[in-house]
Write a protein that binds this ligand. Sequence first.
Ligand code: PGA
Ligand code: ZN
Length: 430
Amino acid sequence: MGELEIERVRALQVLDSRGYPTVRVWIQGTDGHVCAATAPSGASTGAHEAVELRDGGPAYSGKGVTAAVAGVTGEIADLLTSRPWSSLADADRALIALDGTPGKARLGGNATVAVSMALARAFASRAGAPLHAWIAEVLGQQPRLPVPHFNVLNGGQHAANPLDFQEFMVAPLGAPDYPEALRWGAEVYHALGASLKRKGLAGGLGDEGGFAPQIARPEEALELIMGAIADTGLAAGRDGVAIALDPAANSFHDGTAYRVAGSTLTSEQMTDYYARLIGDYPIWSLEDPLAEDDAPGWAALTEALRDRVQVVGDDVFVTDAERVREAIRTRSATAVLIKPNQAGTVTETLETLTAAARGGFGAMVSHRSGETEDTFVADLAVGAGCGQLKSGAPARGERTAKYNRLLEIAADNPGLPYGLPRLTEGRDHA
Ligand code: PGA
Ligand code: ZN
């Protein structure tokens, strides 16, 4: 197939779902075809994520991205229109070299990820394939529709309530197909909303569209969710609706101890606490249970809990292939959260997915708390074949855009399987 020739690169500062600026990019090929993409933005970030370039100054509380946009329409456009590109990896490598810093701090990870996502779409369009099919082809994976992880109850840095754990998700592991999974998630969400109203706990929503009641203890949140699942008549557990947690423990670790709902706990005590929660509730997945710099804690927790739950690293891996390979060697998690803007390019994101698949590690593709209408992660989750996506509550346009994109993909591809894949460890060495 011919190379990708780029005619024009355009960019604008637009708003994300929190009302803060972000970068939108359009790439026009010499065939006239235009592909767009928009960068998301996190709030509970890992220390080693690609760095966002923000303007500072008075406008938008310093969060403007006019410099990042200028980099795209200037230096990056000059690079991309300077020669044809044989592959996305070819173009992304040149982008990384142009930036020249480890964290993409000069041009901004928010600029590079939007450019790279638009480039991926341009390569898919040149190949005449939907984005998810093109990604599956590049990765050599069997595509599948992911189990949606609906973040129905929010705390931590995503909400103004006293709840320390960030995300309480419902995951319809037992649904027969994706459309049914979406219905189950929406019904539990509405049942939860109704029950909070009855109990006088209805308040605002968190950044990802989940309810943010004024409660402090994780057990209260779990009881409310169990009640909502029961109200729908669906089964709770792996045959029906299971629960996934993202405590995002960085945000309640003070450097020495974990502070949860008034208690001060060591990493061993946190692990015992999670073991109790897993015993009492149908929790199937646990993300960032400990802080990113608590390496011995991660290994011990994984050893203790790996037969009972998926242990997912987000802030600790920041979608970095080398960090994932290290965790596979040291058995300090069992899965990785995949956020393209943590890596800063799609190529690096795909490398991390490959590292995970080769090591028998699970992977969950993820949105960010600051999102946009862009549905890239829905296609990424399908193409990666990893079987898991989290995109917030089944409400609010920036969240439902992804869930609705999956409906489209399901309708267009009736043979696509739904659900978790079986992981095959060490395929490389077989
Ligand atoms: P963030 O949160 O997008 O605010 O970083 C999401 C997560 O921690 O998974
Ligand atoms: Zn997380």
